[in-house]
Ligand binder design. Structure first.
Ligand SMILES: Cc1cc2nc3c(=O)[nH]c(=O)nc-3n(C[C@H](O)[C@H](O)[C@H](O)COP(=O)(O)OP(=O)(O)OC[C@H]3O[C@@H](n4cnc5c(N)ncnc54)[C@H](O)[C@@H]3O)c2cc1C
Ligand SMILES: NC(=O)C1=CN([C@@H]2O[C@H](COP(=O)(O)OP(=O)(O)OC[C@H]3O[C@@H](n4cnc5c(N)ncnc54)[C@H](OP(=O)(O)O)[C@@H]3O)[C@@H](O)[C@H]2O)C=CC1
Ligand code: HEM
Ligand SMILES: [Fe+3]
Length: 477
């Protein structure tokens, strides 16, 4: 049974304001930062150190003793020492018995050791109550205080009282404790700070593949083809024209890929006739990184808009306009005004602007400060309904931009269609499937499945369901 600070160490709580005494092992960067923060919050701090006399730069008001002396001063001990040096704790097993040991350590690599550092600490000091905390907060963040965005502290431990006391300290320091359960979660918590944007990997590689593919595609169509066929040097297109094809195409494709897993999942659920079977891993992961895919798409759309804004000031564009005017003036001819062209041109730009506006709205609602302000239904309305509207507008923008040239054989170069024609394949596929899924008969079945209804299921003795092979859409509607 733990002793509480008040009954075990009455001298440390000398006024109702004063917090308890906490011991910190290790006078390194993290130990010092944590001590400073805790002293500011009225805790008494006792450091445990290998060389109490030699310790320097310690915050005013903290006491420094040897490890075993310091351990006796408090029943909460924060181990601000690297895991590699934990061995010395073995000798302190007696004095650490029944105490709360807070493991704050991180490793250099993911899964560096077979067991988590916190579980290793339990093995070294079996009589103590080990709690994992603070490892996701940096020494620097502790010092920069509440201004820093990262205020969440993941806490886990097998002894709930010990965990509660550590969470109280976290709260008193102005940080937000998040209970992650037992020490089994320690390994995951230790891996958090070592992950490099895990959810961004797939969107990043996908964006890179799309950009590289469309870069070569556009170089072949817009630079090599004119050179081979007319000896025209179009290399200047590498600076603006080609990026302004690649970026909007990447934006449109990624946006469509945000909504493709949703319809794929729906098809799978319809096919299986149940929602109680796990999606394959690739689909699961894809569903989970839709936000990142969407934000990457928004980034590319931004670039497209910026590149589009500079079109009128480009030398090539001004030269072409001027030349055409002079040619017409000399030949005493003029282009007749085409209302249909004006309509097409204005329409595709208007569709682009509206699409971009909704795109930005999606981006804004994904900010935690905004999404916290809306309820689930409102968030879904924006993300799902307005998201599809964004996809429709952006697809229409690209189709109308293609206009009369769209799919015309004269726009083929070496049998290659314009890049935007290829870019339209995925968005159009997603929109067509979505329309089919919205047909009342299919939508009804899907809704029932998502509410827990199962097709072709027979309850077994243990309450599980036996699934029979079923053919998509053979269900009673
Ligand atoms: C700029 C931008 C920012 C984005 N930010 C975010 C973000 O912050 N967070 C985020 O999650 N996504 C974000 N996304 C991705 C995307 O908008 C959302 O994931 C969106 O909800 C996907 O909609 P969906 O209709 O395809 O998906 P789904 O969520 O798969 O929904 C399909 C339909 O099925 C229903 N449904 C799904 N699963 C179940 C179930 N288990 N039981 C019952 N009904 C179910 C839903 O109600 C819905 O009607 C962002 C996208 C972009 C472009
Ligand atoms: N720095 C940071 O931002 C963060 C650090 N952490 C974790 O906090 C722990 C401490 O990190 P940090 O303060 O940066 O590290 P430091 O190297 O600055 O300090 C470690 C301290 O451990 C003590 N120690 C005990 N035994 C040994 C030994 N055999 N060899 C060397 N030192 C020993 C020393 O204190 P003394 O000389 O007084 O005995 C030393 O000052 C680590 O586990 C780290 O993963 C977690 C999150 C962030
Ligand atoms: C303010 C908003 C927007 C404006 C003003 C705009 C304008 C334009 C213009 C002028 C072009 C023709 C470029 C050229 O001639 O080289 C174009 C092409 C294109 N736009 Fe937009 N756009 C906008 C938003 C978007 C958005 C949000 C998307 C998609 C997510 C998008 C996708 C495309 C695509 C795919 C092309 C064809 C690229 C090509 O192959 O040349 N646009 N847009
Ligand atoms: Fe106990």
């Amino acid at each position: 049974m733990e002793k509480t600070s008040t009954d075990a160490f009455p001298s440390t709580t000398n006024s109702s304001e004063k917090q308890e005494t906490v011991c910190i092992f290790g006078t390194g960067d993290f130990g010092r930062s944590l001590a400073l923060k805790m002293l500011q919050c009225d805790y008494s701090i006792v450091f445990g150190s290998r060389n109490p006399q030699k310790s320097s730069l310690l915050p005013n008001g903290a006491e420094v003793l040897s490890y075993s002396e310091a351990a006796q001063k408090s029943d909460i001990i924060i181990i601000a020492v690297h895991r590699e040096h934990y061995e010395f704790l073995k000798e302190l097993t007696e004095v650490l018995k029944g105490k709360i040991l807070v493991d704050i350590s991180n490793n250099l690599k993911i899964n560096q050791y077979p067991e988590s550092n916190a579980e290793y600490l339990v093995q070294l000091v079996p009589g103590a109550h080990v709690v994992k905390a603070f490892n996701t907060i940096s020494a620097w963040a502790l010092q920069s205080g509440a201004l820093d965005a990262n205020r969440q502290v993941f806490v886990c431990g097998n002894d709930s009282k010990a965990k509660q006391r550590v969470m109280d300290i976290v709260r008193t320091l102005g940080l937000i404790p998040l209970d992650q359960g037992s020490l089994m979660a320690a390994k995951e918590i230790e891996n958090y700070p070592l992950q490099l944007f895990p959810m961004w990997k797939f969107p990043f590689y996908l964006s890179a593949i799309l950009c590289v593919f469309f870069f070569f595609y556009c170089v072949i169509r817009d630079i090599i083809y004119p050179y081979v066929n007319g000896k025209k040097d179009g290399t200047f297109r590498l600076a603006i024209s080609i990026p302004n094809r690649i970026f909007p195409i990447a934006a449109l494709t990624l946006l469509a890929l945000v909504y493709l897993p949703g319809v794929t999942a729906a098809i799978l659920q319809l096919y299986r006739g149940t929602k109680y079977r796990r999606f394959p891993d690739w689909l699961d992961h894809w569903l989970l990184c839709r936000k990142q895919l969407g934000l990457a798409a928004l980034g590319f759309a931004f670039l497209h808009v910026l590149y589009t804004l500079v079109i009128p000031i480009r030398y090539y564009v001004r030269w072409t306009l001027k030349n055409r005017t002079i040619t017409q003036a000399t030949a005493k001819t003029e282009d007749p005004f085409s209302t249909s062209t004006a309509w097409l041109n204005d329409s595709y730009i208007a569709l682009g602007i509206l699409g971009f506006f909704l795109f930005v709205l999606l981006g804004i609602t994904s900010l935690p400060s905004v999404s916290n302000m809306v309820n689930w239904r409102e968030f879904r309305f924006v993300q799902s309904k307005l998201g599809y509207l964004t996809l429709i507008l952006c697809t229409a923008h690209t189709m109308v931009y293609g206009g009369k040239r769209f799919l015309s054989p004269s726009s083929l170069r070496w049998y290659l269609p314009s890049a935007y024609v290829i870019a339209l394949i995925i968005p159009c596929t997603v929109l067509v499937i979505k329309c089919i899924l919205m047909l009342p008969c299919i939508d009804k079945t899907l809704t029932r499945i998502r509410q827990g209804w199962e097709r072709n299921s027979k309850p077994t003795s243990n309450g599980q369901h036996l699934k029979q092979s079923s053919i998509y859409l053979d269900s009673p509607l």
